[in-house]
Design a protein around this ligand. Sequence first.
Ligand code: SF4
Length: 286
Amino acid sequence: MSDKNPQLTPADHSRDSAGLRYVYPVVSRRAGGVSVGINLNTNNACNWRCIYCQVPNLQRGSAPPVDLPQLEKELRSFLSELLHGSFMLENVPPEARRLNDVALSGNGEPTSAAEFEQVIELIGRVMDEFSLNGTIKLILITNGSLIHRSAVRNGIKKMASLNGEVWFKLDSATAQGRLRINHTRQTAETALRNLRVATSLCPTWIQTATFALDDQPTPPQERQAYLHFLARCREEVIPLQGILLYGLARPSLQPEAPRLSQPPSAWLEAFASDIRQLGLAVKLST
Ligand code: SF4
């Protein structure tokens, strides 16, 4: 594997950087270590189309059938190389030579894979072989839209016993904003319902992308609706871990890319402060 990998940097999230079909390494800026990514959406298909999405040639749809034996083989061999081989030494900067997590974070919505539950079982089994259960996290990066499916709920429930965390996307709490940013007609009420389910099954963070569109940061009414959504979560005592606020770390590969830019840092700090005032933890990653 190593001859295909120049030194990895936080900017390099290429899904084929290890030459494998499902498994790829990422040096994570959020964690200061290596994250083992699992991409189930090898067809670059997602049920949403976020305007900041970095997936190349993104198309609407679901993950294709997952070749479970292939995924298991790749995960086992890659973890072996990472933990016992020379991969870290040859490909990872010294300050990041630690395994931080396994993350289901692919070129589309991972829970759209029909085999999602079996994938979680498989990951748990392989992590166990390397005595990783309880020592590193298993993260699911999801738009949360498919939690009504029993297989998705079962998989997320299994994640809880694997030191799992769900990172649940919420960029807007208005119909207009969700259509503009995520190109979804799923309502904020449905998102709230799905969030209740996610948090009841596994520790869950909300992840929110922040950006300026046509040089304008999020409009005040959008910001208010978002804060109102979080306030409702607090009133209902939904057990959120907190909010992950992201900037545009990597360029969008969608047609809207030229219209997107980083919001002013003062705006971002004020936004984070408003969220903290609701009694929620905020992690900023710009
Ligand atoms: S949900 Fe994720 S993969 Fe899907 S379009 Fe949005 S950013 Fe891209």
